[in-house]
Design a protein around this ligand. Structure first.
Ligand code: PLP
Ligand code: TYF
Length: 394
């Protein structure tokens, strides 16, 4: 029956991971896939995670099924981490999902249930998985302007003009913080302006939060989301614990909807039903690690200290690369890299220049010039900057 099955093109980021692994050059540098790396280039299991896992190993007496929504303690702790009490719990419905990817997909399926084919506005540059996940649920992605490439900053006027066209029954996808791929985030004032636009139009915000804690800090990074939740009747949320708990392959995420009290129970049952039709019970182990850490003051302190260290390292790498680029190019054209947030920035390179960096210098980045700031040790910033300056000169 599969004689005519075509070979689909898979995720380009994963292709790049495989190419990097196969590259035998010892001085190669991986600025591709978005995983955190320490000074030795490792993606370690966080200390608090190891301790929580040891505790779970000792005390867990059953692995029997729980509910379709997953572990209640995980859902409650995540609600507090994300929303910080901005709305009463009586307005919040949530389910665990296998990673943030699945949370995005489940929210898209939720939208499709009430508005088949609905428009989802996405920033013109966005995570390469957003388009396929939106399309898989039969929804229609429509871009809004986002990055002012020249300034390395928000195209505020372009964004607000485009979002003013979003209507009730349409959805606006926003990155909660640490925008992937640009590193350009909204200020508190920008969030307030977006909230005012959505309040006027009745369009529904959908916040994808994959890097809480990597920008300015746990609460500051959720400030925009909390503002929307406090002000608007409906907010959709997909969050990932892959980066801030380092739980990537354990697949820990949450799909959440903030709705008026009267719709909360229907929403909770609908989200649970969506889980049932795709995988039934969400994976439990990683979520239990998260709730064990967040629910214990000692483990929480250990986790926060390590997360603060990860954020500081990414910021240090940003400054190191911005300085090295200034030195190597003799210009401040890429100076904005220092001020951007989270793991990613876009360097102003063509796809041919990106290919040359990979082939001639063993420096791997995404086809659109996206670099993962955590992929590099500051001691290699000079090598990266000189190679980038070289390909820019042609
Ligand atoms: N959303 C964005 C913007 C991301 O960058 C990622 C990747 O980490 C995710 C969602 C989901 O990641 P995961 O499925 O690994 O939790
Ligand atoms: O953008 C990234 O690199 C991360 C990791 O299908 C990732 O978000 C990449 C591809 C993918 C899922 C996660």
């Amino acid at each position: 029956m599969f004689e005519t099955l075509p070979t689909p093109k898979l995720d380009g980021i994963i292709g790049l991971m495989q190419a990097f692994a196969a590259d035998t050059r010892t001085d190669k540098i991986d600025l591709g896939v978005g995983v955190y790396r320490d000074a030795e280039g490792r993606t370690p299991v966080m200390r608090a995670v190891k301790q929580a896992e040891a505790r779970i190993l000792d005390t867990q007496d059953s692995k029997s099924y729980l509910s379709l929504a997953g572990d209640a303690a995980f859902l409650t702790e995540m609600e507090t981490l994300l929303l910080g009490g901005a709305v009463p719990s009586a307005r919040v419905a949530a389910v665990g999902t296998p990673g943030g990817t699945s949370a995005v997909r489940q929210i898209c399926e939720l939208i499709a249930k009430v508005r088949p084919g609905a428009t989802v506005w996405v920033s013109a540059q966005t995570w390469p998985n957003h388009g396929p996940l939106i399309a898989a649920a039969g929804l229609t992605a429509r871009p809004y302007r986002y990055l002012d490439a020249e300034a390395g900053a928000l195209d505020r006027a372009g964004m607000m003009t485009d979002l003013a066209q979003a209507q009730a029954g349409e959805v606006v996808l926003l990155h909660g913080c640490c925008h992937n791929p640009t590193g350009v985030d909204l200020s508190a004032q920008d969030w307030a302006e977006v909230a005012a636009l959505l309040e006027r139009s009745g369009a529904t915000p959908f916040v994808d939060m994959a890097y809480q804690g990597f920008g300015e800090g746990l609460d500051a990074d959720a400030g925009g989301l909390r503002h929307l939740a406090a002000r608007l009747p409906e907010v959709l949320i997909a969050a990932s614990c892959s980066k801030n708990f380092g739980l990537y392959r354990d697949r820990v995420g949450i799909a959440m909807a903030v709705v008026p009290d009267a719709q909360r129970d229907a929403m909770a049952a609908t989200l649970a039903g969506l889980n049932r039709q795709s995988f039934a019970f969400p994976p439990d182990h990683g979520g239990r690690v998260v709730s064990t850490i967040l629910g214990d003051p000692m483990l929480r302190a250990v986790w926060l200290e390590e997360l603060d260290g990860m954020r500081a390292r990414v910021q240090e790498n940003r400054r190191a690369l911005a300085n090295a680029l200034r030195e190597a190019t003799g210009s401040d054209r890429m100076g904005a890299v220092a001020a951007q947030q989270g793991m990613f920035s876009i360097l102003p390179l063509t796809e041919a220049q990106v290919t040359k960096l990979r082939e001639d210098h063993g420096i791997y980045m995404l086809w659109d010039g996206r670099v993962n700031m955590a992929g590099m040790d500051p001691s290699r910033a000079g090598d990266v900057a000189r190679a980038v300056a070289g390909v820019l000169r042609g």
